[in-house]
Every structure is written in structure tokens, then in C-alpha cells.
Design a protein around this ligand. Structure first.
Ligand code: ARG
Length: 415
């Protein structure tokens, strides 16, 4: 009897060809698994296509709720943004997919798992590190990395085997979509000097054509999680979908990132992430009101670390778990409402409030009702400046660079 292999199946050209290729090359029975993380698709048709192409079994898993609860929301609470730009949509979906693929492989008594990634990207790393962490006994096969076919040859292979060529093959771009965003790569976008053409974008209107009147929205957070839009309670999936539409309509969430891939390549990545952009902005605005200066400073470092962990495929590491625990603890008082103005490609914070706000009008005001006792300020400054004053007297004032204490830039030797 042929061994079974579970294939992460998207319905696209490569993974369809992979069904046939795995049968021919490895003589394995393919179980196609398609995971719905909010990539709008006709999943019935995808499943049928897998069966028509020769899979012995094809399943579609709706993983949207798991994705929001265990991946998107924790990343939002952490403010995870890779290199300050990419909200990590694709990167967050891969460990979830790895987990679901492993579950099915075990259930089906399969010997291996296959994915459609090439050898040049991050996704191969995320899939394989995840699968290895959860079930090291499973073999992993990456057909598109192994077969060495060009795009043309892949299309020929599909034609020869009667595999229908998806219309998306005519698209000049390579795409990956989920609830948290849309990644657009390849074609003309590979030239970092070329502005992305309008046809690269489908979730966001061009800011030029966005409505001429701004719209205001209010997002309510409970312990760092978004729970309402304009006062109306919503589940996480609907909330993200609604914000993708609304902010996308106003041209918000286009990202153009020269990104450092884990495998060492710089690549030009275009993203559309309207909901992620607005939610990350609103969440940080509320944290600014409810976390102390020290918490904010420390949490910024954690955010960078979390983003790298997610990007680099280390979701199932203990460090990720440890940091997640810290992040949740930090969100205890991140409750309140943020008001945003959406207008022609930009969202701006128009207001924020929280029952646990640390902002005190009595302390901040320059008007009546000032509670800040200014008489303590000079004593504070005297002590705060003590080490600088001491060192300046003893050392800096005597140095050849003079009292500015800084070597003038023209004196620094260049290379
Ligand atoms: N550069 C992004 C990342 O590594 C997006 C990758 C998109 N994936 C894809 N298979 N097209 O997360």
C-alpha cells in the first residue's frame, strides 16, 4: 500500500502540480488540506479541484477563529510589526497551518507532510520548523523546491497531466492573503524604483479616489483586545473584516517594504493591511494612555523580539510563550476607546479615553485647577543634573573639543 502524505493545498498551480508530482515521483497517496485563514476563496471548488487532480482525500478547515484568537490578537497586543512595517499576516498563519497539518497527518497515519514553498522564502522555514517541533517523526517534502521546474515548465507539466491552469496564473503577481493582510510580490514589483501599479491593490482604494469626506470610527478595547466598533460589539473575525473594508475604502494600509528575509535576501514586498494598520495604531494609542513610561519602553523591545520570533518561524519556542505571558499581563488596564479619523490614505488618532487612564488633567493643565506643585521642580532638577554637572566640571570643560563635548562632524574621518 502506498504511503500517505498530507499536502498543504492552496488550489494554485504549484500545489495542484504537486499532487501529481508526489504520486509520480514518490508513489504516495496525497491528502490535500486547505486551510481557511480568511483568504476569500471558493473552498468547495478548491476541494473539488484537489480530488479531480488525483488527491485520495481533500479537506477544508475553517481556521479563522483559531487564527484570530491564538495568533492575530496576541500579535496585536504585542504590537508586532516586522522591521517596523510588516504586520506579519502570512508569517502568523504558517505555524497555525503547521499545527493543523500535523494533526491531520497523525489522524490519517500519514508518513509525511508536503508544502508548496520554494527554497527562497521564509514560509518554508516557518512550515518546517513548526512541523519539526510538533512531530519530528514526520518526513517533509517540498516539491516546488525539489522539482527545479521553471514557471513555464510547471505550466507544461500541468497541461500534460490535464490539471486545469488557474486564471490567477495570468496575474503578474504572486499573492498570499489572510484576514490580517495581503502580500503582493513578483513581476514589476521586483524593481524597487518602480511605484506599485494600481492593479497590485485589491483591498484598498487609491487614496486619490478615496472619499473626499473623512469618516470617524471608535474602536473599543477590553484588556488590549478590540471588542467594539462604534459601540457595537463584534466577534474578532467580523471586526477585522469590517475594518479591512472600511479602512480599505479610505485607501489605508498600503505598505511598501524592503524586507530582510531570514534566508538572507532583501526583497521588495507590497502589502495591503487596512485592519491591521488601524488596529495597531489604535491599540498603541490606548497603551500610551494606560501604561507607564517604563512599561511602554520595555514593551517596545518586546514588540521587536516578538515580531522577529514570528517572522523567523520560531512560534513554537518557549521564548515566544514566555513573552506572550508578559504581553497578556501588560494588557490588564488597556481598556477604553480610541477615536480615529480615516481620510485619503491616512488614519489619525482623533481621541482616546480609558477608565484606567494615567493621563491626569490636574497634573497636565496650564489652566485653572493645576495640581502640580511647581516649587519641587528646581530641587528635582538639581539632583537629576548632578552627575552631568560633576563630570562636566572635572572632565569635559578641559577637553580639546571644547565645552560642546562633541567632536564636530567634519573632524570625524570618513572612509
Ligand atoms: N514576505 C512575507 C513573509 O515572508 C510575505 C510572504 C508571502 N508568501 C507567499 N508565499 N507569497 O511573510
Amino acid at each position: 500500500m502506498a504511503e500517505k502524505i498530507v499536502l498543504a493545498y492552496s488550489g494554485g498551480l504549484d500545489t495542484s502540480v504537486a499532487i501529481k508530482w508526489l504520486q509520480e515521483k514518490y508513489n504516495m497517496d496525497v491528502i490535500a488540506v486547505t486551510i481557511d485563514v480568511g483568504n476569500e476563496r471558493d473552498f468547495t471548488a478548491v476541494r473539488q479541484k484537489a480530488l479531480d487532480t488525483g488527491a485520495i482525500k481533500a479537506v477544508v478547515i475553517d481556521a479563522k477563529e483559531l487564527f484570530v484568537r491564538h495568533f492575530i490578537f496576541p500579535a496585536l497586543q504585542a504590537n508586532a510589526l516586522y522591521e517596523g512595517q510588516y504586520p506579519l499576516a502570512t508569517a502568523l498563519s504558517r505555524p497555525l497551518m503547521a499545527k493543523l497539518l500535523v494533526d491531520i497527518a497523525i489522524e490519517e497515519n500519514a508518513a509525511a507532510i508536503a508544502h508548496g514553498c520554494t527554497g527562497k522564502g521564509n514560509d518554508q522555514v516557518r512550515f518546517e520548523v513548526g512541523i519539526n517541533a510538533l512531530a519530528p517523526e514526520l518526513k517533509i517534502i517540498a516539491p516546488a523546491r525539489e522539482w527545479g521546474m521553471t514557471r513555464e515548465e510547471t505550466i507544461d507539466y500541468a497541461k500534460k497531466h490535464g490539471i486545469p491552469i488557474p486564471i490567477t496564473v495570468s496575474s503578474p503577481y504572486s499573492l498570499d492573503e489572510c484576514l490580517w493582510g495581503r502580500a503582493i510580490e513578483c513581476g514589476i514589483l521586483e524593481d524597487p524604483w518602480t511605484e506599485p501599479p494600481e492593479d497590485a491593490f485589491t483591498w484598498t482604494k487609491s487614496p486619490v479616489n478615496a472619499p473626499d469626506k473623512p469618516v470617524y470610527i471608535e474602536i473599543g478595547f477590553d484588556k488590549g483586545l478590540p471588542v467594539t466598533v462604534d459601540g457595537q460589539e463584534m466577534d474578532g473575525i467580523s471586526l477585522i473584516q469590517q475594518l479591512n473594508e472600511l479602512a480599505g475604502e479610505h485607501g489605508i494600509g498600503r505598505i511598501d517594504h524592503i524586507e530582510n528575509r531570514l534566508i538572507g535576501i532583501k526583497s521588495r514586498e507590497i502589502y495591503e493591511a487596512p485592519a491591521a494598520t488601524v488596529l495597531l495604531q489604535a491599540h498603541q494609542a490606548l497603551e500610551a494612555m494606560t501604561l507607564s513610561k517604563d512599561q511602554l519602553r520595555f514593551k517596545q523591545k518586546v514588540a521587536v523580539e516578538c515580531a522577529d520570533i514570528i517572522y523567523n518561524g520560531l512560534w513554537f519556542s518557549s521564548l515566544n510563550r514566555d513573552l506572550a505571558t508578559y504581553v497578556i499581563s501588560s494588557q490588564r488596564y488597556v481598556t477604553g476607546t480610541v477615536r480615529l479619523k480615516l481620510f485619503k490614505g491616512h488614519s489619525t488618532i482623533a481621541g482616546r479615553k480609558s477608565p484606567k487612564s494615567l493621563y491626569s488633567l490636574g497634573l497636565a493643565t496650564y489652566d485653572k485647577g493645576d495640581e502640580f506643585d511647581q516649587s519641587h521642580a528646581s530641587g528635582f532638577i538639581h539632583i537629576w543634573g548632578l552627575p552631568v554637572r560633576t563630570q562636566a566640571q572635572i572632565q569635559l570643560l578641559g577637553e580639546p573639543e571644547g565645552p560642546l563635548g562633541i567632536t564636530a562632524p567634519e573632524k570625524i574621518e570618513g572612509d
